[in-house]
Design a protein around this ligand. Structure first.
Ligand code: ZN
Ligand code: ZN
Length: 410
């Protein structure tokens, strides 16, 4: 086996054993692009060796997606096969694990009308609402990891030629997912312990509010009663650990829907459904986005905010030190999986119900009543920088440093 093959094998092992953490007798669903077939074969073999009962594959292809957006009539974008949605729901209900392998392609839909993209996103979100809830509430194990392609590599390394750029990107992906370590699985367990310490500290403090200050940012975020910080591994309904994102460096929770006030400016570009959004700034009043601007992608943001009522409120508050390995790489990956882990971020739209005590058992209405946002959408945007300062406000109104110069202050 070449060095690359060995690393790819370890990456597949990480996906199966740490990512979804497949259990004996469990079904695994792999959502994957056709270009990743060699990797998917490894994943599938390792999953069966680990005791998986059945491994199902749902294949995708970026160019097929593009062709559909170019040529299919609008009605097609309003339709999602019921059998497919029902099938996913059934598998989730039966406790299957879900592994998503993504191949980010930044400019894929750049010439497509945002209206058509929004329509399609909405259709898919509605059809897969129940299935996605199983994932959002961590009832089932799920994990997302990236598979580099030349198109993506050329974005990250614009100065480098095709194949060489791809090799450089793989090297980064292997490094940032700890595949270059002697024992990646053990390295991930140690990483988990470090994240747990931050989570424990924040959950003991239970700050009433966080205050953010940075160039273009002056924001206060309040939290609802019973909110919980989480990070690293999650637990599914059956009690098995899994990592929803590989890599992951974040510690996160949910905000009080109506408790966000002030202005916040994004610090990294955001790729949303194939469109690039840059220089994003939001103004919040009592949780609602009442004004916004964007240097690039204004129309895309507008469409996103018009998805539903909840897409004008925040659903996630995440802390990532500016000296995280991804940030230290100095690269912009134009992919949320990597970029959000380089940076403190917020998300517009749905909150993770698991970030509220007993939240996973509550209905949407009950969650709303407790100040938790819900929406068909969930889009992260990055706000971290070396200038970012965050204070925690205690129940008695004192302020303590949480972040200084973009890194943990404790
Ligand atoms: Zn996040
Ligand atoms: Zn998020």
């Amino acid at each position: 086996m070449t060095d690359f093959e060995q690393k790819l094998e370890k990456y597949a092992e990480l996906a199966v054993k740490i990512g979804v953490n497949v259990q004996k007798g469990q079904t695994l669903v792999v959502n994957a692009p056709v270009v990743a077939v060699d990797f998917v074969r490894k994943v599938t073999r390792i999953a069966y060796e680990a005791g998986a009962k059945n491994v199902y594959h749902r294949w995708t292809d970026n160019l097929l997606t593009l062709t559909k957006f170019q040529l299919a009539p609008d009605e097609a974008l309003q339709e999602f096969p019921k059998w497919e949605a029902d099938g996913l729901e059934q598998l989730a209900k039966e406790g299957a694990a879900f592994l998503d392998i993504t191949t980010p392609q930044l400019d894929l839909l750049k010439d497509i009308d945002p209206e058509r993209i929004a329509l399609s996103n909405k259709t898919v979100s509605q059809a897969l609402h129940t299935y996605r809830n199983y994932r959002m509430a961590d009832k089932v194990s799920w994990s997302i990891l990236a598979y580099p392609t030349e198109e993506w590599a050329k974005k990250v390394f614009p100065e480098t030629e095709g194949q060489e750029a791809l090799e450089k990107l793989w090297e980064q992906v292997f490094k940032l997912t700890r595949i270059d370590r002697e024992d990646p699985v053990a390295a991930w367990k140690e990483h988990q312990r470090n994240l747990s310490e931050k989570v424990r500290y924040l959950n003991e403090k239970k700050y009433k509010k966080l205050h953010y200050r940075a160039p273009g940012t002056d924001l206060t975020i309040e939290f609802p009663d019973g909110y919980i910080w989480a990070g690293g591994a999650s637990k599914n309904e059956a009690g098995a650990d899994f990592f929803a994102n590989i890599p992951t460096e974040e510690v996160f929770t949910l905000p009080l829907k109506t408790g966000v006030n002030g202005t916040v400016k994004s610090t990294k570009p955001l790729n949303y459904g194939g469109k690039l959004i840059e220089g994003l700034s939001f103004v919040f009043k009592d949780g609602k986005i009442v004004d916004f601007s964007a240097e690039q992608g204004y129309d895309t943001v507008k469409k996103l905010l018009d998805t539903d009522e909840g897409s004008r409120y925040l659903g996630e508050v995440a802390l990532v030190p500016y000296n995280s390995p991804i940030s230290e790489s100095g690269l912009i990956f134009f992919n949320t999986l990597f970029d959000e882990n380089a940076s403190c971020h917020l998300a517009i739209g749905a909150a993770y119900p698991t970030c509220l005590e007993g939240g996973e058992k509550l209905t949407r209405e009950e969650l709303e009543a407790r100040g938790v946002n819900s929406s068909l959408t969930h889009v992260d945007f990055m706000i971290g920088s070396p200038e970012l300062e965050i204070d925690g406000e205690t129940r008695s109104g004192e302020r303590e440093p949480v972040f200084r110069n973009g890194v943990w202050a404790f």
